[in-house]
Design a protein around this ligand. Structure first.
Ligand SMILES: Nc1ncnc2c1ncn2[C@@H]1O[C@H](COP(=O)(O)OP(=O)(O)O)[C@@H](O)[C@H]1O
Ligand SMILES: [Mg+2]
Length: 333
């Protein structure tokens, strides 16, 4: 199998408040192959955004610091690069789109101009060629009448069209990797499905690799090739999507699935996992999920479980993993 395009190892982010420091991202590791869509999934507060911001070196506060980890892009270690060198990676080789495109588009600049400016910034060339490329990108992301719509301002676009424009802007630098942080969470279901289809098309046509952040396991089931489940800033389960969704080993993954009406293991009605995710200043000892876990056994409160293999590339960190028999028992119970 080919070497991964991106390899993240032991990524750790500390949040400091006075003397105390807590690891809000704690030893997160995953790999992304060329053309792969990896779903980073977990409830709100599980560290999805911070893990990706850490690898882009865009931590949003001086209280947060990168406390360890390695990031390899196409075999090259990029974590130790000086900031000036890192700028040729961030936004260029790795692009980003967000939940709220409006806050990342300039409200007083025409959409086409913003994209053309990014094209020129990354690739140089003449204004006219950049304008043509901008229109072409708008066409590729499914904006109708792209030549006319390029002259519009962001507020003249609907939410879905703004997200398409944001995707076009991210593609202007022709990145190898796109990090999409809950890009469809603010959209209605129909528009969400259109954007997911668009991302798949872009993956297919450009061979782009995508890290797709979502709290919605249903979206992962539709879109992704592999899945990385985060809880309390740690990876609790990772593997090929089919394998993980067919044989979830971590009770948290199984719990997320039970909350999904559509997927295997789903109960057919909406449920939630009892309890709440931990606050960053009150992370539990041992397995961070243990206070909410119906499977918890004696070591769980004290000993952090290692990520153990269950099948090729399928790992879960649990002292008392789910077995298929116990899944069935709970369903019939
Ligand atoms: N600016 C910040 N300063 C300190 N802690 C933060 C900040 N932003 C988020 N956090 C904390 O980091 C943890 C992970 O948050 P985040 O990565 O945003 O979660 P997710 O994207 O999975 O919803 C949470 O406990 C959150 O409270
Ligand atoms: Mg987030």
């Amino acid at each position: 199998m080919s070497a991964p395009l991106l390899r993240v190892e032991g990524l750790t982010v500390e949040s400091r408040a006075g003397e105390a420091a807590t690891r809000i991202v704690d030893g997160v590791s995953f790999a992304l192959r060329r053309g792969e869509i990896l779903g980073l999934v977990g409830e709100s507060g599980s560290g999805k955004t911070m893990a990706c911001r850490a690898l882009m070196r865009l931590l949003p506060s001086s209280r947060l610091a990168l406390a360890g980890g390695s990031v390899e892009l196409a075999g090259e270690e990029i974590m130790g690069l000086p900031e000036a060198a890192f700028r040729s990676i961030r936004g260029r080789r790795i692009g980003m789109i967000f939940q709220n495109p409006a806050s990342h588009l300039d409200p007083v600049m025409r959409i086409g101009e913003q994209i053309a400016e990014s094209v020129r910034f990354h690739q140089g060339g003449r204004r006219r060629q950049a304008n043509e490329k901008a229109v072409e990108l708008l066409r590729q992301v499914g904006i109708p009448d792209p030549a006319q719509r390029a002259a519009a301002f962001p507020h003249e676009f609907s939410g879905g069209m703004r997200q398409r424009a944001m995707i076009a802007l991210a593609l202007a630098s022709d990145p190898e990797i796109l990090i999409a942080d809950e890009p469809t969470t603010a959209l209605d279901v129909t528009v969400q499905a259109q954007i997911l289809r668009l991302l798949k098309e872009i993956r297919d046509s450009r061979g782009l690799s995508i890290i797709f952040i979502t709290h919605d396991l249903g979206v992962v089931a539709q879109l992704c090739d592999s899945i990385c489940v985060l809880y309390g800033g740690r990876v609790c389960e990772i593997g090929p999507k089919r394998e993980v969704l067919a044989h979830p080993r971590h009770p948290y993954t199984a719990g997320l699935m039970a909350c999904q009406p559509g997927t295997a293991g789903g109960s057919g009605r909406l449920r939630t996992i009892p309890g709440y995710p931990p606050a960053s200043d009150a992370l539990p000892s041992g397995c961070r999920f243990h206070p909410r876990c119906s499977h918890a056994v004696s070591p769980c409160a004290e000993v952090q479980p290692p990520l153990d293999p269950f099948a090729p590339d399928h790992l879960a960190a649990c002292h008392n993993p789910v077995r298929q028999a116990s899944l069935r028992t709970r369903e019939t119970a």
